[in-house]
Design a protein around this ligand. Structure first.
Ligand code: PLP
Length: 312
């Protein structure tokens, strides 16, 4: 191929992949061309687990921890994956390289997959599937709003109990989370916190929650996803000599908080400025929250957390 033809092909590729790249189960394709089979049980029964990892300034952040959690999830559902963990990791790296995205939201999922149509009730015969996509980094709360803090409500919708759906297996059972989010929007808030059936704090639509009282961090120990950002908060708090613990967090403790923040891969550490219209930390981001917020983004330069993408 001539240099001119090569360059034209590169330009065409960049155009096709400008919105992102996806892995459709067998190959990397431009995101708008990705399709999944309609009989995939991930789609029909939410029989699927997933994970989301970020790419920041050309490197995956904590890829190992996300792959380890993903492995626990698909093993927890009894899936036998069509690719090894190492192969799936490489697919993610290749997919992001193809997308050319430097700051990306990278989704991966494992589904129960495709039934044998002669015997669709026989779960042993399903062909498990692996899909993924990478798009421009998604902010659950955009950086401008993070500077002033976010308004949240305590939802009237309880979190699905862990006895019904294991929240440590990152799953698509978002019915409760979506209802809570819609309730928040109706009330003019950004998002919602969900309680368990006993009235203790759990998590929200796509994030974990930390409460700060008398200089100490508390976060729910049950009915939550074990977030990788939550893990990073624990590690940063330790380095900063801030006491942090996972425990039961009753609603009264939440309401009495000095500061509150939520945390997730898609946005980092995000301060709360009001809860059910009552100001938190004087209606602005609290000082400990902001120290952690700063340390979190600084950690994105720390090689121990990074897996660089080879964009060739
Ligand atoms: N809790 C729920 C329900 C989530 O969906 C997420 C992320 O999507 C989190 C917590 C935060 O997890 P992580 O920090 O690993 O992104």
């Amino acid at each position: 191929m001539s240099v001119k033809a090569k360059n034209a092909k590169k330009d065409q590729d960049a155009e096709l992949y400008s919105l992102g790249a996806a892995f459709n189960g067998s190959e990397i394709v431009p995101i708008l061309e990705a399709r999944i089979p309609i009989i995939d049980m991930g789609f029909l029964h939410s029989d699927v687990c997933y994970d989301v990892v970020s790419v920041w300034h050309g490197s995956f952040f904590r890829l190992k921890e996300h792959m380890d959690r993903f492995e626990k999830s698909y093993q927890g559902l009894g899936f036998s994956m069509p690719y090894t963990k190492q192969q799936m990791r490489q697919i993610l790296l290749d997919m992001v390289a193809r997308s050319r995205l430097r700051d990306a939201y990278v989704y991966m999922c494992a589904t129960r997959g495709l039934p044998n149509l002669d015997d669709p009730r026989n779960f042993e015969k399903y062909q498990q599937m692996f899909y993924a996509f990478a798009v421009e980094f998604i902010w659950l709360i955009d950086p401008e709003e993070q500077k002033i803090g976010t308004d949240v409500i305590v939802s009237s919708v309880p979190r699905i109990p862990k006895e019904s759906v294991d929240p440590t297996i990152k799953n698509h059972h978002w019915g409760d989370l979506t209802r809570a989010d819609l309730e928040a929007h109706k009330k003019g808030a950004r998002t919602a916190f969900l309680l368990d059936l006993e009235g203790n704090l759990t998590e929200g639509p796509g994030f974990n929650i930390f409460v700060i009282k008398d200089g100490k961090l508390l976060t729910p120990d049950s009915n939550v996803l074990l977030g990788i950002t939550r893990l990073t908060v624990f590690e940063l708090a330790k380095e900063m000599k801030i006491e942090a613990r996972a425990c039961k967090v009753p609603l009264a403790t939440l309401r009495a908080a000095d500061e509150i923040f939520m945390c997730t891969t898609a946005g980092g550490i995000m301060p709360i400025k009001s809860l059910d219209d009552v100001p938190i930390s004087g209606g602005k981001p609290g000082p400990i929250t902001m120290r952690l917020h700063k340390a979190f983004w600084k950690a994105h330069d720390d090689p121990k957390y990074l897996t660089p993408v080879d964009y060739k």
